[in-house]
Design a protein around this ligand. Sequence first.
Ligand code: SF4
Ligand code: SF4
Length: 300
Amino acid sequence: MGKITVVRRVVQVAMLVLFCLPPLLAGWGLAGLFAGGDGEVATPAEGVLFGSLSSSSVAGITLLDPLATLEAMAASRSLLTASVLVGALLVVLVYGLVRGRAFCAWVCPVNLIGEGVDAVRRRVGIAVPERTVDRRAKIAVAAAVVAASALVGFPVFEAVSPIGAVNKGLAFGGFAGAGTLVAIVIAELLVSRRVWCRALCPLGGVFQVLGRVGQVNVAIDHDACIHCDKCAEACLADPAILTPVLAGEDTIVRAGDCMACGACVDACPAAALRFRLGRPRGASRGKADSAPVAACPSSR
Ligand code: SF4
Ligand code: SF4
């Protein structure tokens, strides 16, 4: 495991622990189990941090992820309260400045599970297609989720979200979304590699759009590259997003889909890739996100 991946694992696990700690400190047991009667259980909502990875309260500031915010606005047909909007804008600003999908690689527990499933699949030799669904499908899924929320009057994805399911289940024993999680694991084992995170997750779709302005980017040293393609094989998002840099058309990975996971940097045997800050103007600006996805029959 490369250095960046080791750091990322520590952060992924730390984020899970961080969101599970408040109920534990408030006297709950894991999965919502506790000794004593209902009257003895303190509410973790009174602590500094409370909530899930979709919706939380940190030092009194409500933080909603961008999809949950859009769903809530569509469902209520209102702009929400000013304090909720400020918290939501804060989330958009931070991830917009860094890399939208950095959330997926560094924070989201579903990605952690997906990487685990991928590792198991490879170890036991289950071969599935690398890519079967256009990665831009998740933007359409996000739009459909917001439209459906407006139609039915409640945030539909939040009801079945696998993202909240992991830490809500661990902390509170609430398992809404667990069915989605099981479906994702089955699809990734039997249908297509990382199909949920790459192509279907609506939150990933919103972060993909935000990612087009992120300032943390993978840069290539074209002189050092030996064209072994190990970076593309390692890419968590989609091997195709590295095509412009590997073809010498660009110096950074611009696609909004890049998760800044660092798997490509770790995998490169020639040290030709590194993270850099800023987005230099490039000849292929925008192409990475608009290029059609070619059929890719490879499997690993
Ligand atoms: S291009 Fe590199 S940093 Fe971006 S998602 Fe792929 S492997 Fe991760
Ligand atoms: S892994 Fe490194 S050397 Fe190999 S193709 Fe990618 S950038 Fe070039």
